[in-house]
Write a protein that binds this ligand. Structure first.
Ligand code: GLC
Ligand code: CA
Length: 525
């Protein structure tokens, strides 16, 4: 009665950095295929791969010049078909990235659109006249720095781009654009892809009359320049919400497919992405754990707010890291905290998404300024906005190139290689990898964990305890967010099934939580 995307765990792969198969220093599809047994052993259920389509790589694949092919850097369509088959043979699902908001400026649609004001594709993008003084039509800002409008000298108009000038926004008010993009969705679903993660969905449609966005009173100099303005007229608009059920209808032309929406909106707004009758995305991403202080009280209150904000029957989901955010170990300040975070992510109610490399405790890698690749860091340097540090190659072994490449990796491998790699951790019961493997195995074995109810049992400044129940089965999860031990706040005798503090003291009675300990317990009887 539960769907695979409710029971399962999603593993996110940044394809440039997972496994290189031909020595060019860039990960590729044959590389991913060669590592599928690792994913089976790890115990995940679905793989989401960031864009692999032909792209000039201005935003590393999020600028797509052909929606129906594979970029030669990543392989061929035949490789993609083989990936689908090899995943399905192992009972794993494949989720691709769908980028509806913008194309590459090199996409033939945009090339046609910019050719003349009368081209039939002109209205596929958002073109506007300059103001009388030659300035852009309004004050809207690009996420990656500067105005969101770029002047086209040949046709003497501005075009709108929520991201880079090389990523012009499509005009979703145009029914031809919608049909063309729905056909793109069908193209991969028909090849056997199990669903999409839909990129930047909250930015799909803008206010047509182009009012200025108001200033953000909370903006300060350390923040992204784009946040100077509130996105009142450019994000999270009702016209965007109305398009989501249309996308869902396309997915529902096929069986058992999922749509995951990348909507960066407050908890209370997520319902617009589910749809009131759940006719929208099955899983609008919940990014709020990444924005909440890693402390017991704020996290307990986030869980309450999120659960309360879900529309009736809406399935929850949780994200702790991705290709746009600092890695857990660096963000939370240490190995102990990130191990605790793993227990949290994999025991909350709802589908977890796990970012590659977190399972071996990778941290952000320092990328020297002359090695920076991310366009955001290049445009807006020095504020820590750059995403290269969390996109560095997966570390398979302590060998040169980390087993990722025999060539020169496109981003540096980073330090601590001896300890932070798959080969070293595989047989060490106290390693990160063992913790993740055990957690994933327990989550899969226990319906209470993958589909059970959630109830908060106890929270104070140090620790959070909740229970997960399914029928008669009851498990307790106790998390100590502090650096001192504390008594386990529980009345009944409990024994540990799993702890961050290896070796796992199975069957041992527990009455104390160690510093930063996360533990899954069952009643003794
Ligand atoms: C999303 C992606 C990000 C990308 C942007 C533009 O936020 O996660 O990586 O740069 O959209 O497509
Ligand atoms: Ca390669």
């Amino acid at each position: 009665m539960y769907e695979w995307w409710q029971r399962g765990v999603v593993y996110q792969i940044y394809p440039r950095s997972f496994q290189d198969s031909n020595g060019d220093g860039i990960g590729d599809l044959p590389g991913i295929i060669s590592r599928l047994d690792y994913l089976v052993d790890l115990g995940i259920d679905a793989v989401w791969i960031c864009p692999i389509y032909p792209s000039p790589m201005a935003d590393f694949g999020y600028d797509i010049s052909d929606y129906r092919n594979v970029d030669p850097q990543f392989g061929t369509l035949a490789d993609l078909d083989r990936l689908i088959a090899e995943l399905h043979r192992r009972n794993l699902k494949l989720i691709l990235d769908f980028v509806p908001n913008h194309t590459s400026s090199e996409h033939p649609w945009f090339q046609a659109s910019r050719r003349s004001r009368h081209d039939p594709k002109r209205d596929w993008y958002i073109w506007r006249d300059a103001k009388d003084d030659g300035q852009p039509p309004n004050n809207w800002l690009s996420e990656f720095g500067g105005s969101a409008w770029t002047w086209d000298e040949d046709t003497r108009q501005f075009y709108y781009h929520a991201f880079l000038a090389q990523q012009p926004d499509l005009n979703w008010r145009n029914p031809r654009v919608r049909e063309a993009m729905f056909d793109v969705m069908r193209f991969w679903l028909a090849r056997g892809v199990d669903g999409y993660r839909v990129d930047a969905i909250h930015l799909l449609v803008e206010n047509e009359s182009l009012p200025d966005n108001p200033p953000n009173p909370d903006w300060h100099a350390g923040m992204s320049p784009a946040r100077r303005l509130l996105r009142m007229h450019t994000a999270d608009l009702p016209d965007t919400h109305a398009l989501i059920p249309e996308m869902r209808k396309i997915a529902d032309e096929f069986t058992a497919r999922v749509l995951i929406g990348e909507a960066s909106v407050p908890v209370e707004r997520l319902k617009h992405y589910y749809g009131q009758a759940l006719e929208g995305f099955q899983l609008p991403f919940n990014f709020h754990l990444m924005r909440t202080p890693f402390e017991a009280l704020p996290i307990a209150s986030l869980i309450r707010r999120y659960e309360a904000a879900l529309p009736p029957g809406g399935w929850p989901n949780w994200v702790l890291g991705n290709h746009d955010r600092s890695r857990l170990r660096s963000r939370l300040g240490g190995a102990a905290q990130s191990r605790l975070a793993a227990v949290l992510l994999l025991t909350l109610r709802g589908t977890p998404t796990l970012y590659y490399g977190e399972e071996i405790g990778m941290g952000d890698v320092v990328v020297e300024s002359d090695a920076v690749r991310d366009p955001w860091e290049r445009n807006v340097p020095g504020l820590g906005l750059g995403r290269d540090p969390c996109r560095t190659p997966m570390r398979w072994s302590a060998a040169a190139g980390a087993g990722f490449t025999s060539g020169v990796p496109w981003l540096p491998i980073g330090g601590n290689l001896d300890e932070r790699n798959v080969a070293t951790q595989r047989d060490d019961p106290s390693s990160f990898l063992s913790l993740y493997r055990n957690l994933l195995a327990l989550r899969r074995a226990e319906p209470a964990l993958h589909v059970g109810e959630y109830r908060e049992v106890w929270v104070d400044e140090q620790c959070l305890v909740y229970e997960r129940t399914q029928d008669a089965r009851r498990l307790l999860v106790a998390l100590n967010f502090s650096d001192t031990s504390c008594p386990l706040p529980a009345q009944e005798p409990l024994r540990a099934c799993l702890s961050t503090h290896a070796p796992v003291r199975t069957a041992e009675q527990k009455s104390t939580l160690l510093p930063f300990e996360g533990i899954i317990l069952e009643p003794c009887n």
